[in-house]
Every structure is written in C-alpha cells, then in structure tokens.
Design a protein around this ligand. Sequence first.
Ligand SMILES: NC(=O)c1ccc[n+]([C@@H]2O[C@H](COP(=O)([O-])OP(=O)(O)OC[C@H]3O[C@@H](n4cnc5c(N)ncnc54)[C@H](O)[C@@H]3O)[C@@H](O)[C@H]2O)c1
Length: 352
Amino acid sequence: MSCILVTGGAGFIGSHTSLLLLERGYEIFIIDSFINSSRKSLERIKTIRKLSNSDFNEKLHIYEGDLRNKNSIKKIFEDAKYMKKKIEGVIHFAGLKAVGESVLNPIKYWDFNLNSTINLLEVMDNFSCNKIVFSSSATIYGIGNEFNLSEDTLISPINPYGKTKAAIEEFLMDIFNNPKGNWAIANLRYFNPIGAHPSGLIGENPMGIPNNIFPFITQVALGKFKELNIFGSDWPTPDGTCIRDYIHVMDLAEGHICAMEKLNNFESKIFNINLGTGQGTSVLELVKIFENINKVKVPFAFTDRRKGDYPIVVANNELAKQELDWLPKRNIEDMCRDGWNWQFNNPNGFDF
Ligand SMILES: NC(=O)c1ccc[n+]([C@@H]2O[C@H](COP(=O)([O-])OP(=O)(O)OC[C@H]3O[C@@H](n4cnc5c(N)ncnc54)[C@H](O)[C@@H]3O)[C@@H](O)[C@H]2O)c1
C-alpha cells in the first residue's frame, strides 16, 4: 500500500498523521474544507519535510473541498487514476467535533458527519477502494466511570456529537456486512489527544475559545485567559478532579499507520479499537505537571461540575497492543512539553 487519501488532513490529528505518512514514504492526497483548520498547517508540513531534504512535492496532493459535495471526492479519485495512481485506503478525520456546539446545532452535526461519510464511502466503493480507518471517539461509550474501558463497553452516547460517531460506526458495520465481503475497516476510538509535533511547527489550533482542557491550559499559561476553570473539586477521585486518559498526538498518528497497515493484510475485516495510553491523569495533576515541566504558571479556579461529565475515563488499550502491534511511547511530560513548545512559539496558532 503506498497511496492514501486523508480527509481532514489539515486539522490537528490529520496534519500530524499526514506528516508521519509522508515520512514513512506514503504518497498522500489530502482533502479539507478548512472549516476548522488553516491551510498553513499544510505549508508547515512542507517546511518540516523540506528541513529533512525530502521530495515532498511529488508525494503530497492538496485539495480544498467539502465531503458533503460528492464531486469534490470523485475528482480526487479521478485525478489519481489519471496520474496512474491507485488510492488504496482512506484515513477519515474530517468531521465536526465540538460537543457543546453539537447540542446547540444537531442538524449541522448530523449533516457534516453523516453525509460526508456516506458520500465518501459511495465514491470509495465506485473506485474499488475498500479500506478505511475512521476517527471514532471514546464519547460513544455509555459508561464513563472506569479505569479500564474496553471496546465491549455499552455504546450509548449522551450528546449529538457522540451519537454521530456511533451512527457512523453502525453504518460502517452495515457496509462491512454486505455480501461481497470486500471491506476492511478500523474504527479507532480516541481518548484525549494532546501535545504536538516536537518541531513546534504544527499543533492544535482551536478557533475561538478552546473546547478542550489542554489548549485552554496553554492559553492561560500565555496570559490569554486569566485562569483555568476546573469543573468540580468533589468528584470521587483521589484529588476530587476528573481523571482522563491523555494521549500524545504523535502516538495517535502512529496508531493510524499501524491500523492502515494491518487492514492491508485483509480483504474483509472490521476492528473497533481504543487508542489511549491506559494511564489516568487528573486535571490537577495535569496542571501541576504542565507547570513543572515548562516552568510557567497556570492559575485556576474551581467551578461547578459540568453536566454530562464522568469522573474517570481511561482506556483499556490491550486490543490496540495485540491487534495493531502499537504501543504509546510518549508520557504525560512529553505531551505537556511538546504542547507548550507549539503554543509558546505560535501564540496565535497559524494566524501569526
Ligand atoms: N481532538 C479530539 O479530542 C478528538 C477525540 C476523538 C475523536 N476525534 C475525531 O477525530 C477527527 C479529527 O479531529 P481533530 O481534533 O483533528 O479535529 P480538527 O477539527 O482539527 O480536524 C478536522 C478537519 O476536518 C475538516 N473538515 C470538517 N468537516 C469537513 C468536511 N465536511 N469536508 C472537508 N473537511 C472537513 C476541518 O476543516 C478540519 O481540518 C474528528 O473526526 C474528531 O471528531 C477528535
């Protein structure tokens, strides 16, 4: 397998995975509408590749397009065919991901996440491209109070965002079950991706007020916000704050390549796999580690619990280790250091 389509390749996880794919010698086609990302992230990928004197130009094809428009996907497969290339697999990151916004605007989330995926699968099928790695999420799990959430945990999401991810997994199961038996599919259920590429040239680039805790911490450390709000200090955890499974975005990126390479061995296969470290870190621990490793202050204040939060959400990642031969290599200190390196050197993200 040498040629891959990456949807949402300009986004946080997509840009890191695209860089790694190029480093591993893959030729990639990226499609992104830039609705939640900057084209500059792709320029930065080129900069990183240039620094290592690589011939990225022939191997990186960038398309601006919205997956809800089927023709924009078709064009890429046609172009590839014209270039005598065969797109053998797709890594499907494109989608909207803000839980709060999905509650306010469910139609938008079902439209973007579902219709994009249906179009993508239809075009893939028409071009006999039948291998897909899909960005799913731990938010699909119904029970979120565990140190050891395995893949057979009940699927019962509580917000529209999580419901779109669960629905796409069901859709992919139907595709897998078609009598031709010609699809190989990996649903990767991410826990909490943070950190950045060690170069500090690409990283998470939230537009407006960050929805996730880590970019909030980095922006408080920069002085953009006065303090970090910690939602609840009375959870049933050792220090009273929520415990999550943070995973370095580079480890996550490696997980995608392991998954795609694994799918390549099968004509017909479906995997549901957690990508997390299996290590829990509380919010207070995260703040302390971030402060110590980066020698910066992150003022915080406790506020009320947030509706829908769970005290502990930590992955059981045994299946990923067994099936994908994947191991997370970076620890929480690496995540805090690399994430701050990106934010400190790019205080306005890609909009310098
Ligand atoms: N970051 C997380 O915490 C997290 C956790 C679990 C799952 N995920 C999932 O992983 C995927 C990638 O997440 P991310 O953090 O990199 O998000 P991101 O917003 O940074 O990247 C998503 C990319 O998809 C693009 N996009 C969105 N809709 C599109 C469409 N219809 N057509 C073309 N491009 C479109 C956006 O412009 C963006 O570049 C998403 O599907 C997200 O739901 C993310």
